[in-house]
Design a protein around this ligand. Structure first.
Ligand SMILES: Nc1ncnc2c1ncn2[C@@H]1O[C@H](COP(=O)(O)OP(=O)(O)OP(=O)(O)O)[C@@H](O)[C@H]1O
Length: 281
């Protein structure tokens, strides 16, 4: 008799990790009387890596949080694979800046398989997922350690593995490497490029760092200064991967982005009553 073998096929409604298109159409978000973002429209292709750049406080995290279903939109719509975002969903994975998002009392392996375990996957499937995704982020040897026993960069890798173990079609990353030292950050950027190419999912990545965006993105969307922030411009990044900072096209793109974002930062400072040109006089 042939014994049925449980495969790792996603149950209905969950992602297959292959990427899904994400569409923001006229999105507006308010916090009481404060209008954070206004009329944001973005079409992100399945499997695309999009970076969101903009001045501090413009609304990048707010927009990402709405994409993740944590914040409701007041106008317009957000869809993933054509279906409206109505709340948090394992198909939309979120990687936070702080690795405090990990469960300190669980081992690395238990953290990684938390989502599949909650959805009742068998122990065999959980073991397979832990092995696959800890392997992808290079941490198989740390499976039995606790998050407190890992470095900041390793904890961020565990967060990424935990999100990918849900096989999301879209991964949202909110300044995931902002708290890391420069060397670890560089390694994590290279790892992210490799992991994203291996997984095939759609990524929306918020960062302050222009070089990080040029290294990772297929396209870079620049937001205006808030309040009522919107998308100012979108730059395609037509550079071969892995990317070199010294590539003349990267140098030119960096210059254009610095100028574009610099205008918005100066505008934000003026709105706060500061005079950004004052020091130069
Ligand atoms: N829950 C909230 N209640 C009220 N205002 C909020 C709330 N969350 C965010 N804001 C405001 O919305 C604006 C956008 O904030 P957000 O954190 O999205 O900006 P950001 O671009 O991600 O900032 P940073 O780059 O500094 O992380 C800010 O003015 C912020 O004070």
């Amino acid at each position: 008799m042939t014994k049925a073998i449980e495969t790792d096929r996603p149950e209905a409604g969950l992602g297959d990790g292959r990427g899904a298109a994400l569409c923001a159409d006229g999105v507006g978000i308010r916090f009481g009387s404060f209008e954070a973002v206004r009329d944001i429209s973005l079409d992100i292709d399945a499997g695309e890596f999009l970076c969101l750049l903009g001045p501090s406080g413009c609304g990048k995290s707010t927009l990402l949080s709405a994409m993740a279903g944590f914040t409701t939109v007041d106008s317009g719509s957000l869809t993933v694979g054509g279906a409206p975002v109505t709340g948090p969903d394992p198909d939309l994975g979120m990687v936070f800046q702080s690795s405090e998002a990990l469960f300190d009392w669980m081992t690395v392996r238990q953290n990684v398989v938390f989502g599949p375990r909650m959805r009742g996957r068998s122990r065999a499937v959980q073991a397979q997922l832990a092995d696959e995704y800890l392997g992808l982020v290079g941490l198989r040897h740390c499976a039995d350690r606790f998050p407190g026993q890992l470095s900041g960069g390793m904890r961020q890798r565990v967060q990424i593995a935990r999100v990918l173990a849900n096989k999301p079609n879209v991964v949202l990353m909110d300044e995931p490497f902002g708290a890391l030292d420069a060397q670890t950050r560089q390694v994590m950027q290279e790892e992210t490029d490799r992991i994203w190419r291996a997984s095939g999912c759609t990524v929306v990545f918020v960062t302050h760092d222009i070089d990080e965006a040029i290294l990772l993105a297929d396209r870079i969307a620049v937001m205006t200064a808030g309040p009522a922030a919107s998308i100012k411009s979108v730059y395609p990044v037509d550079l071969p991967r892995p990317r070199e900072e010294s590539d003349p096209a990267a140098v030119e793109l960096r210059r254009a982005l610095r100028q574009d974002i610099g205008e918005e930062v100066r505008k934000a400072l003026r709105d706060q009553g500061l005079d950004p040109e004052g020091d130069a006089r």
